[in-house]
Write a protein that binds this ligand. Structure first.
Ligand code: ADP
Ligand code: MG
Length: 491
């Protein structure tokens, strides 16, 4: 009995799935493979297919081996839905995902690249801000290394005059200038009054410090290397000389998230020699006086002085009438040491700095223009200064009244190059054609100016080593100088 029951049960298990397996549904059939309106299959289906912008709907039935298609309903551009009941695909509908409207698509096309660009901009800004911050920090550290910051308090500035301060610090100690903190304090007590000049790389202002005029050169950020170089030279080298622009202080401040670089020097109301010569003429003695003061400044730069109060040799590399200032006593002083190079014989060390700026094209010597200059030799730089000095001398001589005659102010090579000459313009004139500024005949009718003309020619030799040295020029000019002028021999 028990055996009979279990046989029935086993048979039921075997038969029921077989019956189910054979159970086929009648479905609506309207596809290309349909021979009738209906078909029989294990599943009824509806398929929607998008092709060439049209939607095609097909109904039919899947046999056993096609049933799998009901599982993955989306295949390429077709969507399938299945059901299990007779004629169930009659009302079966498929809700297609709405295609993106064109406007939405266009918006996406614009928005995505825009977001990417914004993100990139943000990254670049962050990168530059970080770089600037690091750069400022580095400059500050370098500046701190130059001055002994811990010993001094701002209060020492007190009621001193500039003269007191400079005397105190420059005749004692290393003698190279005011300590860093004092410089900063002075700088921050200055009131800017008027802009007196605009150069290639910044502005010069007349400022007032405790009732005294000072000149404030505000460097543009693209010329920060000149500011650093000048600050470095003035702070490490004893440069107090009647014919070198007197340095007072250097300061770096942050204003409106940008860095402001200031160089504070003595103020000379006559302005640059370039401006002075436009409005003034001189007599031959006055011409010699100006020339002598410039060469005295240049010799002081060029010579190395040994001992505790010594200084390395310095070449200027951008000597021109705009970088020479005229003082009240009609002597000149040399300004703008932003491009200067230093050399010490004892340590045979040549410090070229790392300023990307180059000198003024109009004043460039032939070896600079044809790029044959020996950049590893300090002598080469001094020789380029002598070339430029010759041109400045020519500018002064033109404004010298000789027998009642004088020429209007013109810059060197005014007649052969345009107002802002290119490197190539200058190279053609100075190297290829080997032209030199014209020396008018009437210059030879005056002993002083005629001697100056001879000196000029000897500053302009093509071969740098053939040129006079600054020291030689100074000696020659001293001999020319009449006792009336009484220019100190030791200048
Ligand atoms: P550049 O780039 O032409 O050499 P600078 O920036 O050195 O110009 O100076 C611009 C102008 O500012 C000068 O030509 C001069 O007129 C004026 N200047 C510069 N320094 C002083 C100063 N210490 N005292 C008075 N004027 C000055
Ligand atoms: Mg200058």
């Amino acid at each position: 009995m028990l055996q009979g029951g279990s046989w029935f049960f086993s048979m039921a298990i075997l038969i029921i799935p077989t019956c189910l397996a054979n159970d086929l549904w009648q479905c609506i059939c309207d596809g290309p493979g349909c021979t009738q309106d209906t078909c029989r299959g294990r599943k009824c289906f509806v398929t929607i297919e998008n092709a060439d912008g049209f939607t095609k709907q097909t109904k039919g039935c899947f046999s056993e081996h096609l049933m799998e298609q009901c599982k993955s309903t989306v295949q390429g551009t077709a969507t399938t839905k299945c059901c299990d009941a007779d004629m169930c695909n009659g009302n079966l509908t498929i809700h297609q995902a709405e295609p993106d409207p064109p406007a939405k698509k266009q918006l996406q096309l614009i928005l995505i690249p825009l977001l990417v660009i914004l993100l990139l901009l943000l990254l670049v800004t962050v990168y530059f801000c970080r770089a600037r911050w690091h750069h400022r920090k580095r400059l500050l550290t370098r500046l701190h290394e130059l001055g002994d910051t811990d010993m001094l308090k701002a209060s020492i500035v007190g009621d001193s005059t500039l003269g007191d301060l400079l005397d105190d610090y420059c005749t004692t100690g290393s003698g190279s200038g005011l300590p860093f903190l004092v410089q900063r304090t002075v700088a921050r007590q200055i009131t800017l009054v008027e802009c007196v000049g605009k150069g290639r790389y910044g502005e010069v202002w007349r400022g007032i410090w405790q009732g005294e005029n000072v000149a404030v050169k505000i460097f543009s950020s693209r010329d920060e290397q000149s500011w650093f170089r000048e600050t470095e030279i003035y702070n490490t080298v004893l440069l107090r000389h009647e014919n070198i622009l007197g340095f007072i202080a250097s300061d770096m401040t942050s204003r409106n998230s940008s860095t402001q670089l200031w160089l504070i020097t003595h103020y000379h109301e006559s302005g640059s020699l370039y401006e002075y010569l436009q409005r003034t003429t001189v007599d031959p003695e006055g011409c010699l006086w100006l020339a002598l003061s410039i060469i005295c400044g240049l010799v002081h730069l060029h010579v190395e002085i040994f001992g505790t109060q010594g200084k390395p040799a310095i070449a200027h590399r951008d000597l021109k009438s705009r970088n020479i200032l005229v003082k009240k006593n009609k002597q000149c002083c040399i300004a703008d040491l932003g491009l200067a190079v230093m050399h010490s014989q004892t340590s045979d060390y040549l410090d070229i700095g790392n300023n990307p700026r180059v000198g003024t094209k109009r004043y460039m010597a032939p070896e600079v223009l044809d790029e044959t200059i020996r950049t590893d030799s300090f002598e080469s730089y001094k020789q380029t200064d002598v070339w430029a000095f010759g041109l400045v001398l020519w500018e002064i001589a033109r404004r010298t009244v000789i027998n009642g005659m004088v020429e209007e102010y013109k810059p060197p090579f005014f007649d052969v190059v345009p107002s802002d000459p290119s490197f190539e313009d200058m190279k053609k004139v100075v190297c290829t054609d080997q032209q030199r500024p014209r020396i008018p005949n009437n210059w030879h009718s005056d002993t002083i100016v005629s001697a100056l003309a001879k000196i000029m020619k000897e500053c302009w030799y093509q071969s740098p080593s053939a040129r006079l040295t600054a020291l030689r020029i100074k000696k020659t000019l001293h001999k020319l100088n009449s006792p009336v002028n009484n220019f100190k021999e030791e200048c």
